[in-house]
Design a protein around this ligand. Structure first.
Ligand SMILES: NC(=O)c1ccc[n+]([C@@H]2O[C@H](COP(=O)([O-])OP(=O)(O)OC[C@H]3O[C@@H](n4cnc5c(N)ncnc54)[C@H](OP(=O)(O)O)[C@@H]3O)[C@@H](O)[C@H]2O)c1
Length: 251
């Protein structure tokens, strides 16, 4: 049989699971391959007929993409740029026969140095599509009685994981049209005060501690306000707004 599999790395993760779910609505399960470090983490997917293969970014000898037509490389969660770029290069090298490599990059990676930038450069040698994701709306959602933020009321261009997964699945199943393209994906701009008003809850300006505080600071500096139509283009519909995402989490 000619190569026909649509493979997803990081398939045990939050985004990967959503991509596989979406693929199962679009193609027969036998065409979907979940690549994971530990097959036990996706036993439920195997039960649904999805192929499961072991593959560890840190162990190139485990990476086998035989039969894979198109591969979605979900970026590694490792923070160290050198390690992360090496992991991604190992996957790209192992998938030498794939006819399309789709990669979850990050907004701004075309300019900013780092693992995403290096991975994009490696992908340019191969048939590829780059999906530059924004921050996930999911990470900003709050379910408390009031909303607090350190964003100074500035806009956020986040998108839901589910929408970013649907966009990735759409590229994987498309017959043509995405090769050589890079998409800068952004959700509809939202602000904490506006979401609080829509939810009829109070908003208080108070930056969260830890990593979320850093992200709120980026928003306060106006760094998350860029807008493009690329996510809507890939989805064929308007991306999910923050109010809807907050409401879904609070139900
Ligand atoms: N846009 C954003 O806001 C944002 C936020 C956070 C992260 N990210 C990036 O987007 C990616 C996907 O997000 P997510 O929410 O799905 O993250 P996640 O739930 O942490 O999933 C990460 C996935 O990577 C897999 N993985 C980790 N190390 C691996 C290795 N050495 N070899 C093979 N697979 C490995 C994990 O597998 P195991 O189940 O074996 O651990 C898991 O499936 C992240 O990995 C990160 O690069 C984006």
């Amino acid at each position: 049989m000619p190569d026909h599999l649509l493979a997803v790395t990081g398939a045990s993760g939050a985004l990967g699971r959503l991509v596989v779910d979406r693929l199962l609505a679009l193609v027969p399960a036998a065409r979907v391959l979940a690549v994971v470090r530990d097959p036990a983490t996706v036993a439920d997917l195997a039960e649904r007929g999805v192929g499961v293969r072991r593959g560890d970014y840190d162990r190139p000898e485990t990476l086998d993409f035989t039969g894979v037509e198109r591969l979605l490389l979900i970026s590694s969660p490792v923070l160290d740029d050198g390690t992360r770029a090496r992991q991604h290069r190992a996957v790209i090298a192992a998938a030498e026969d794939a006819r399309l490599l789709v990669y979850t990059s990050f907004l701004g990676a075309d300019r900013d140095a780092g693992a995403h930038h290096d991975t994009e450069a490696a992908l340019r040698e191969r048939p590829h599509t780059i999906l530059r994701n924004p921050f996930y709306t999911d990470a900003f959602v709050q379910t408390g009685a009031e909303l607090t933020s350190g964003t100074g009321g500035r806009g956020l261009n986040t998108a839901t994981r589910a929408d970013l997964a649907a966009a990735a699945a759409a590229v994987l199943v498309a017959a043509a049209g995405h090769e050589g393209r890079a998409y800068d994906l952004t959700g509809p701009l939202w602000t904490f005060p506006a979401v609080a008003a829509a939810l009829h809850v109070a908003h208080r300006e108070q930056a969260p501690a830890g990593p979320m505080g850093y992200l709120h600071g980026l928003a306060a500096a106006g760094r998350l306000e860029r807008q493009t139509g690329d996510l809507e283009l890939l989805l064929g519909r308007a991306p999910t707004g923050a109010v809807e995402a907050f409401r879904a989490a609070r139900r």
